[in-house]
Ligand binder design. Sequence first.
Ligand code: SF4
Length: 221
Amino acid sequence: MAATEEQTLIITEIFYSIQGEGSFAGEPCAFVRLTGCHLRCLWCDSEYSFFGGEKISLADILDRLRKFPTKNVEITGGEPLLQKNVYSLMNLLNDNGYKIMLETSGARSIEQVPAFVHIVMDLKAPGSGEVEKNIYSNLNYLKPSDDLKVVIRDEADFHWTEKLVKDKNIHAKLMRPPIVQPSFGEMEPAKLAELVKQSALPFRLGLQLHKYIYSPELTGV
Ligand code: SF4
């Protein structure tokens, strides 16, 4: 354990807020945002995590998390799977009784992510400008309890998502329907709600709760 805790990660921020996305939306949750991303999604709201960051030991990350009154923690980014020590962090948090969520782009292999981690895979639709980076074999490693999420910029993105989940038989793999989330400020939630209502396939409409609770420009919430 001691050796593990000496390992470091480059971190953009550690904070406590309300989980805004995925199956646990609405629950209090701590967030560990890792620095760096190899994608440049056109609608990205985390560009401040691309560069910089602070090198922090896993022991210090755990100390900071212990100050928050929650055992929910999300590891996010950037793309958190770019830093190999993230796997040690997952093990350390699990050893300390945390329920761990991982937000990942689907553009890094999730094969090594431990089964105790709840994965939210944020696959990229064409409107992101990064659709060619998706690693579709990752879909084979999702557990039934995990979430698949796609940010929708326009109607074409929604129909692309419908085709994807049909072709890959996603509804048979996952316990809950995939989440479609409107690109904030670009796609009207009501318009996406209509597309969800009219679709022959089950979807969940996801809204980024934290952007409605707090100012959309705020970081660390
Ligand atoms: S994968 Fe996430 S952090 Fe990276 S550019 Fe896309 S939205 Fe931003």
